[in-house]
Design a protein around this ligand. Structure first.
Ligand code: PLP
Length: 432
């Protein structure tokens, strides 16, 4: 595995994490290339190579940098983007446009124009008005866009409410009411300006059970059947989203991709046979499961406050600015003193950040060794939605990111400087 303890020190993908902290400073995101490649290989072996006419589009919202684009391109995956900024990053990295898929519940006209201009692989349309905008853009540019409709299957999955997306009361996707979905499908099938390829759903994130994926699949397969019966249209493509859960703590029982995908593929295969259509091309959009466990964050311990009979707070030099997930949806993490990795965990503390919010807690009730100022504390499984959701709250600069592989470390994101942080700020003449 990527995490090893040697000489009382935590090593990650062969790198001494205490040395990394010394060389690059803290807070520091450390990303293991080996771990990313392992996940991509699992996807290839158990899905892409096992089933023909399949694609995996890495959901780049989980973690996107130019270097990540290079890894994903090299590993042969496609890329899911959800904004002009993500699209720009991928294009800047030289990612092939035809392997990019654009999602998003409120794409701007400018973002859609960019997507059409670049000739990206798919636009996942989130509503009828979006179709009209795309049609107008394609008409003007003399192009035709390949599109899918994102639908909301109306399934509630077992995850935090903020990362559940497939239920009916959702800002994402098109609801499956007959009077809404069928006119939309008919319009897309008959459009001169788009190639309508099928449907997309994404039920939620950090799921350990395949139940909601399978339930949603049944509902969308029924839609495919109805579409065939109503319009004679044999859906050529189905995107079944991401959401495959990872291990943050010992309580997380994460499963291999096959646990989700094999029963889905079996269902789709049988369904296609019964309906007498070619099985649609199947696309998945894993984000967290590729990058989550590939990342750790290193912090330096600062102030320690032992409030007798209440709680012991151990403050670190980052917090909700580099990992908003605990504050946003009570996400749980585990960690370890990287420079005392073998020492007995005799203390129970709350690892908190340095931001002016009481909710700025990274790990509540962590079982740790006796910590003191200057220790290096590593929080595990921070690769997904950490850097991606980072902020400058309290004018804290964004951390640096290093990519590690077999004992070698390379900087892939420089630490933000104070100067860079205020570079877009202006003082108008009236205040000078
Ligand atoms: N696809 C879509 C449309 C999403 O909204 C998300 C996450 O919110 C993902 C894929 C990736 O999900 P995950 O990171 O859980 O795999």
């Amino acid at each position: 595995m990527e995490k090893v303890i040697k000489n009382n020190t935590l090593y990650f993908d062969g790198c001494n994490t205490v040395e990394l902290a010394k060389e690059y400073g803290t807070p520091l995101y450390v990303i293991s290339e080996t771990a990313i490649v392992e996940k991509c290989s699992e996807i290839k072996e158990t899905f892409l190579n096992r089933y023909e006419r399949t694609r995996a589009a890495y959901a780049s919202k989980a973690f996107l940098t130019l270097s990540m684009c290079k890894i994903i391109e090299r590993e042969g995956l496609c890329m899911d983007v959800v904004s002009g900024g993500e699209l720009y990053t991928a294009m800047k990295a030289g990612f092939p446009a035809e392997r990019i898929e654009l999602n998003g519940n409120n794409k701007s006209v400018e973002e859609l124009e960019l997507a059409v201009e670049y000739g990206i692989g798919r636009i996942i349309v989130d509503g009828l008005d979006e179709l009209e905008i795309i049609e107008a853009i394609c008409r003007e540019k003399g192009k035709k866009a390949d599109i899918l409709y994102r639908v909301t299957p109306g399934v509630k999955s077992d995850s935090h409410d903020y990362i559940v997306t497939g239920k009916k009361d959702s800002k994402f996707g098109i609801p499956l009411d007959d009077e809404v979905i069928f006119p939309a499908v008919e319009k897309a099938i008959n459009s001169e300006y788009v190639n309508f390829l099928g449907f997309h759903f994404h039920v939620g994130s950090q799921l350990h059970d395949n139940e909601s994926h399978l339930k949603a699949l049944d509902i969308v397969l029924k839609l495919i059947k109805d579409t065939k019966e109503k319009y004679g249209f044999a859906t050529p493509e189905l995107n079944i989203g991401g959401g495959f859960g990872i291990k943050y703590t010992d309580a997380d029982n994460s499963k291999p991709y096959a646990y989700f995908l094999d029963p889905m593929m079996e269902k789709i295969q049988q369904f296609s046979k019964d309906l007498g259509i070619t099985r649609p091309e199947i696309v998945i959009e894993p984000g967290r499961s590729i990058i989550g466990e590939a990342g750790i964050t290193l912090y330096t311990v600062g102030t320690i406050k032992d409030i007798k009979g209440v709680r012991k707070y151990v403050s670190v030099d980052g917090g909700m600015t580099d990992n908003i997930r605990p504050a946003l949806y009570q996400a749980k993490y585990e960690g370890l003193a990287a420079n005392k990795a073998d020492e007995p965990k005799t203390d129970m503390v709350t690892i908190c950040g340095k931001c002016c919010e009481s909710g700025d807690v990274l790990i509540r009730d962590a079982q740790v060794t006796q910590l003191k100022r200057g220790d290096i504390f590593a929080v595990f499984s921070t690769g997904a939605y950490g850097y991606a959701m980072a902020s400058n709250y309290n004018k804290n600069p964004l951390p640096a990111t290093v990519l590690v592989k077999n004992g070698k470390a390379e900087l892939i994101v420089k630490r933000q400087s104070y100067e860079h942080m205020i570079e877009n700020e202006l003082i108008p003449d009236s205040l000078k």
